[in-house]
Design a protein around this ligand. Structure first.
Ligand code: AMP
Ligand code: ZN
Length: 665
C-alpha cells in the first residue's frame, strides 16, 4: 500500500469512527470544525487520486444542503401491497389453495417506510418511495445518507431491490429525546425523515434499511428461488434479515409461533410476518391481483383490528399549526373501548392507502397510540381524500415546512393554535396548572376570557363570571386561580419550554442554562448579538436548526413583548443556580477542551471541575474562548487557539492550578 493510500484509508476510518459516535451514540469527541477539516482533507486526497477512492467512502454518504424537491419516478418493478391475513385459519386456507408441496419463506414484516433501490451497473442510481399507482418520489439524496446500504455493489450488476426504511427502537428513543419527544413513533419519524427536504438533516437521523426482494430488468434472470436471490443480494453487500426461515408448507404455522416468541425482544418495529412462496416459476404462474401478488401473504400479529366505514374526515390543528386529518368512523369495539375516530396522519398516508369518505376500512389500535386507519377493504365512491389548501379554522393558506409530509397553518393567531398553546402551557409536563384542563381552557377561550398565555394572569378578574358558569364552584375556581398564582414561582427551566416556541423544548432549555444562559435577558442578548450564531453553535448539542430557531424567536417583536408582559405579571425568567463551589476560580472564563488526558478520563471530568468552579464550557474555539485545555494529540482546536491568541493550558498546568487552589480531583 502506498503512503497516500494508507493516509486515505486511515482518514476514512477516522471519519467513520466519529460519524458512528455522532450518529449512533450521540456523542462527540471533536468539534464540527475539526470534523469538517478531516472530511475536506479526504475529499481533497480523493480528488487528486481518483483511483484510490473506495466504494463506500464516507464522502459519498453525507447529505447535501440542497432543497430536495421530489421528482416523480415511474417504477420499473411491481411495487404492490400485500394481502393480509389476521389468523392462522386464513393463512392455512391460503397455503392449501396455493401449494401444500412447496417451500415458503417466512420473514419479519418491518414497519417503516417502503422504498425501492435501483442499482445500475453496480451503482446506486435512484432510491424511490413506494408512492401510489406505480409512481414514487425520487428520494435518492436522502437515502444516500443511510449508512447501512452500499452505494456501490460488489458486482457491476443492475438490480432493483425493494426495502423498508426504519428506525430501531433504541435509536429512535435517543433521536426523539434530542427532539423533545416530538415524534409519535419510529414509523412516523422514518416516513417523515425520508421525505425531508434537507438531506444533511436526514444524514443525522438513525435510519436503517433492510432489503427483502430483488428483481432484474427482465425479472428474476437466472435465479430460480427467493432464497437464492436473497443469498445473491447478500453477496452484493445488501442488508438482508438474518432471521428469515425457509419452511415446508406443513411447518409454517409452527415456525410462525417461533417468530411470535421472539417478537418482543426485537429492536425494530414489526407489524407481523410475510410468508412468500419460494419458487419463482410458481410465482410467475400465480401472478398478481390488481393490488397484490397471489404468491405472498402478510400475517399480522395484532388482532386488534376491526372493519368499519369512514363517515367523515375532519382535522385537528395543533399548537405548532400542524394539521392532522382524522376519520370519523362507524363506531367499533376495539380492545375494550368504543372507537369513533381514527387518525389518517397526513396526505401521504391517505394517498398510499387510497382512502376517502365512504371507504370500508380496517382500523387498528396498537399499544397506546391513537387508533389508525390501516387498510382500505373497499374504496368508497368519493375517491382519494384531499386535504384542504386552507386552514379549516382560520382560512389561512396552509404551508409545507420542514418534513414535507405535513402541512401547517402558519397563522399565529389561529384560534386552534391559540387554544392548543394554552393547553400545552398548562399541561402536566409544563407549568402544570391545576384545574386547567382542555375543557376549561376551551371554555374560557370561547368566552374570550383568555387568548394568549399572559391573559391567564388576568383571569382572576373574571372570578365572579366564572363562578356563574355551569360546572364551576367556589372551590374549583379557587383551585384554578391558586394554580395560576403558583405557576409564577416556577423558574426558567420550566417556563421557557412551556411557551411552546419551535425547537425550544426542555432539552434545549437545559443546555442553555448549563452553558450559563440562565436568565431570559441573557438569552435575548445573545440571540440579538452580532456573533449569535457562532456563540450558540459552540454549545454542545446545538445544531444549525436549533440556533436559527433561537435567533429568530428572540428577535421576534411579538415574542419579546409577550415575555415583557409575563415579566410584569411576576413570572420567573431566571433559572435557579446549580450547586456550585464557593471557590469560583474560573468565573468569567470560557473553556474549551481538546485532546486526551491522563488524569481525566473521559475528559468531561476536567470540564465538570471547571463548571463547578464557575467556568463556562464551549465545544469549539472562538474569539470569546478564554482558555483551551489541551491534552495529548490536540488537533485543529490547538491551531485555532494559537491563531486567536487563546490561552493554552496543558494537563500539567491545569493540575497545578487546581492544587494551588486546594481543589482535589
Ligand atoms: P402493506 O403496506 O400492508 O400492503 O404491506 C406491504 C409492505 O410491507 C411492503 O410495501 C413493504 O414495505 C413492507 N414489508 C416489510 N417487510 C417486508 C418483507 N419481508 N417482505 C415484503 N414486504 C415487506
Ligand atoms: Zn388556522
Amino acid at each position: 500500500m502506498t503512503k497516500i493510500e494508507k493516509e486515505i484509508r486511515e482518514l476514512e476510518d477516522k471519519i467513520r469512527y466519529h460519524q458512528n459516535l455522532y450518529y449512533v451514540k450521540n456523542e462527540t469527541e471533536i468539534s464540527d470544525l475539526e470534523f469538517d477539516l478531516l472530511f475536506k482533507k479526504l475529499q481533497k486526497l480523493e480528488e487528486e487520486n481518483p483511483e484510490l477512492v473506495s466504494e463506500n467512502s464516507p464522502t459519498k454518504v453525507i447529505g447535501s444542503d440542497l432543497d430536495n424537491s421530489f421528482e416523480k419516478v415511474t417504477h420499473k418493478i411491481p411495487v404492490m401491497s400485500l394481502a393480509n391475513t389476521y389468523n392462522t385459519t386464513e393463512l392455512q386456507d391460503w397455503i392449501i389453495k396455493t401449494s401444500e408441496e412447496e417451500l415458503y419463506s417466512i420473514e419479519w414484516k418491518v414497519d417503516g417506510a417502503s422504498i425501492v433501490l435501483y442499482y445500475e451497473n453496480g451503482k446506486l442510481d435512484k432510491a424511490v418511495s413506494r408512492g401510489q399507482k406505480g409512481i414514487g418520489d425520487d428520494i435518492t439524496e436522502n437515502i444516500r445518507t443511510v449508512k447501512n446500504i452500499p452505494l456501490v455493489l460488489k458486482e457491476k450488476i443492475s438490480i432493483y431491490v425493494r426495502g423498508e426504511a426504519y428506525m430501531g427502537f433504541k435509536d429512535f428513543e435517543k433521536f426523539n429525546a434530542l427532539n423533545d419527544g416530538k415524534y409519535a413513533n419510529p414509523r412516523n419519524s422514518t416516513s417523515g425523515s425520508i421525505k425531508h427536504k434537507n438531506s444533511k438533516e436526514v444524514a443525522k437521523r438513525p435510519i436503517k434499511i433492510f432489503t427483502y426482494d430483488g428483481y432484474f430488468l427482465d425479472g428474476y434472470g437466472k435465479i430460480k428461488t427467493h432464497t437464492e436471490m436473497l443469498a445473491y443480494m447478500k453477496k452484493l453487500g445488501l442488508p438482508i434479515s438474518e432471521d428469515n426461515v425457509l419452511s415446508k408448507a406443513k411447518d409454517v404455522l409452527k415456525n410462525i409461533e417461533k417468530f411470535k416468541n421472539k417478537k418482543d425482544s426485537l429492536d425494530f418495529p414489526t407489524d407481523g410476518l410475510v410468508i412468500k412462496l419460494n419458487d419463482f416459476a410458481l410465482r410467475d404462474n400465480l401472478g398478481f391481483t390488481s393490488h397484490s401478488p397471489r404468491w405472498a401473504r402478510a400475517f399480522k400479529f395484532d388482532a386488534l383490528m376491526k372493519e368499519s366505514k369512514i363517515i367523515k374526515i375532519d382535522f385537528a390543528i395543533g399548537r405548532t399549526g400542524k394539521i392532522t386529518p382524522r376519520a370519523e368512523i362507524e363506531p367499533v369495539q376495539l380492545g375494550g373501548t368504543t372507537v369513533r375516530f381514527a387518525t389518517l396522519h397526513n396526505q401521504d398516508y391517505i394517498n398510499e392507502l387510497g382512502v376517502g369518505i365512504g371507504a370500508k376500512v380496517l382500523v387498528a389500535k396498537r399499544g397506546e397510540i391513537i387508533p389508525a386507519v390501516e387498510e382500505v377493504v373497499e374504496a368508497g365512491e368519493n375517491g382519494v381524500f384531499q386535504l384542504p389548501n386552507n386552514c379549516p379554522t382560520c382560512k389561512t393558506k396552509l404551508d409545507h415546512i420542514d418534513d414535507s409530509v405535513d402541512k401547517f397553518c402558519p397563522n399565529l393567531d389561529c384560534p386552534d393554535r391559540e387554544v392548543n398553546n394554552l393547553i400545552f402551557y398548562c399541561a402536566r409536563n409544563q407549568m402544570d396548572i391545576e384545574g386547567l384542563g382542555e375543557k376549561q381552557i376551551q371554555n374560557f377561550y370561547d368566552l374570550k376570557y383568555i387568548k394568549k398565555i399572559p391573559d391567564l394572569y388576568n383571569l382572576h378578574k373574571k372570578e365572579s363570571e366564572i363562578m356563574e358558569l355551569d360546572g364551576f364552584g367556589k372551590k374549583s375556581v379557587s383551585i384554578i386561580l391558586e394554580g395560576i398564582e403558583i405557576s409564577k414561582k416556577k423558574d426558567l427551566k420550566l417556563l421557557l419550554p412551556s411557551l411552546g416556541f419551535s425547537e425550544i423544548g426542555h432539552k434545549v432549555t437545559e443546555l442553555l442554562i448549563d452553558s450559563g444562559y440562565d436568565d431570559i435577558d441573557k438569552i435575548i442578548a445573545i440571540a440579538k448579538s452580532k456573533n449569535a450564531e457562532e456563540e450558540l453553535l459552540s454549545i454542545h448539542g446545538f445544531g444549525e436548526k436549533i440556533v436559527q430557531a433561537l435567533i429568530s424567536t428572540f428577535q421576534d417583536k411579538k415574542v419579546l413583548s409577550m415575555i415583557e408582559s409575563l415579566k410584569k405579571y411576576g413570572l420567573n425568567f431566571h433559572a435557579k443556580k446549580k450547586e456550585l463551589s464557593s471557590n469560583q476560580i474560573f468565573l468569567n472564563q470560557s473553556w474549551c477542551v481538546t485532546g486526551s488526558f491522563e488524569k481525566f478520563q473521559p475528559r468531561d471530568k476536567a470540564m465538570d471541575l471547571i463548571l463547578f468552579h464557575g467556568g463556562k464550557k464551549v465545544t469549539s474555539v472562538s474569539s470569546k474562548t478564554t482558555h483551551l485545555l489541551a491534552g495529548e494529540n490536540a488537533g485543529s482546536k490547538l491551531e485555532k487557539a494559537t491563531e486567536l491568541g487563546v490561552k493554552i493550558i496543558s494537563e500539567k498546568e491545569f493540575l497545578k492550578i487546581l492544587s494551588e487552589n486546594q481543589i482535589s480531583l
